[in-house]
Design a protein around this ligand. Sequence first.
Ligand code: BES
Ligand code: ZN
Ligand code: ZN
Length: 496
Amino acid sequence: MQITLEARPFPAIETEALVSYVFEEADPVQGRIAEIDQSAGGLLSKLAKSGELTGKNLEFTLVHAPVGLKAARLLLVGAGKREQFNSVALRKVAGAALRYLKSRSVKNFALLVLQGDATEESAQAVAEGALTADFESDKYKTEKKNGKRIDTVSIAGYADRERAAGEKGLAKGRTIAESQNFARDLINEPSNKLTPSILAQKAETMAKAAGLSVEVLDEKKIAELKMGALLSVAQGSIEPPRMIVITYNPPSAKPGAPVIGLIGKAVTFDTGGISIKPSEGMEKMKYDMAGGATMIGVMRALAALKPNVKVICVVPSTENMPGGRAQKPGDIQTAMSGKTIEVLNTDAEGRLILADGVHYARQLGATHLIDAATLTGAIVVALAGVNVGVFGSDQPFTDKLLVSAKATGEKMWQMPVDDEYREFIKGTVADIQNIGSGKGGGAITGAMFIKEFTGDSPWIHLDIAGTAWNDDSKPWLAKGPTGVALRTLVHLVMSY
Ligand code: BES
Ligand code: ZN
Ligand code: ZN
């Protein structure tokens, strides 16, 4: 799909559909919408009076052959209250419009921004909204959706003096959205098509194309480095584990400046191991590598956006299988850091591989750590599929992330990591145990376990178990992998 900036004034745009948005207020026909109304002989005012055009959030009003426009259709999307409208809302409007028109076999449209909205931020939001909305999970369908596809989207409403900002936002939005879709593609792959080795190869190919340095540690190197926690999960599978390391190191990074470590859980399939999961819904555990895929996607975006800060991405990857060599409940493992772990439940494997991932990222020089993981079912109980669970050891750092989440429209909610919870994972025969002692707070004990390996580095943990996968489609997004947290993390790194 192509996205361009449209130079022509809106009445002259020849397109299958001209799209704009209206606010929910006493008279939704104002400003540029009123100009359209005038050239269309008052049609929109009439629709507003009859209650067909209200501006309510994501209401669609479609007019065919609108008088006074070169466009074949006019689509007005409800944008809700004017005071609450921002780039987050505009991203959804653009995405919802794309999916609405695509399902009606439209192939191209122009989105007209309103007066005052012709900014860099708006162009970025429209590009992100349209490109992420266009993503479909049809890679393995031999018959694609009977040719229903959007070929071009143009963004209209930018005056000559606003065009430079528009082009800049569009390019940035395209980079971010394509990286998000890159991550979603990986997340969608089933475990027979995406083993740890294949994930590593794909990460390597991406990194080389993007000009990033990349190193993949194989099982031998992982053993040499004594990554006992990662190995303990991997030993139950005949697929060997990988530790993927991608580095972005700009010449502009100053000595002594923060180095950001991005660590992502990449369990390419989680059966639970010997503490095996019920078969119902187990197929979804192919997305247990979403954290890792998201971090790899973030690196892809950063390579193009070129922030001034060094970033090290560490992705431990393995299957969690109940093979003959699998670890068993009660086994004691030694992590790379030297800490000993009682594995009381082999299904709590994400925290094990992250223990070594986080430790290794610090050893490589990361000073600020962020991990993303589909870590616990408990976060789904706490926050459902709405908010990402955020845990942080350093409030200013965590606040910075929450600001980025707000700015990019990704819902995130902070959870506690008080010392009291540390008691929950104290070991009986080893230093720590990999599950809490049955007192609840399952998402928190998962976070507390990872925290044990972060030393004194500021650290943030994102539990994306509930948000990495949409069970139902949204007007602006297909069902399936979401790529959540990528936009927030890119925004956060760019703010350094
Ligand atoms: N991969 C799962 C968590 C998960 C659950 C991801 C639902 C996506 C959707 C994780 O490895 C796991 O199994 N966690 C256990 C931990 C428990 C044994 C302490 C869980 O949440 O049940
Ligand atoms: Zn598990
Ligand atoms: Zn898991």
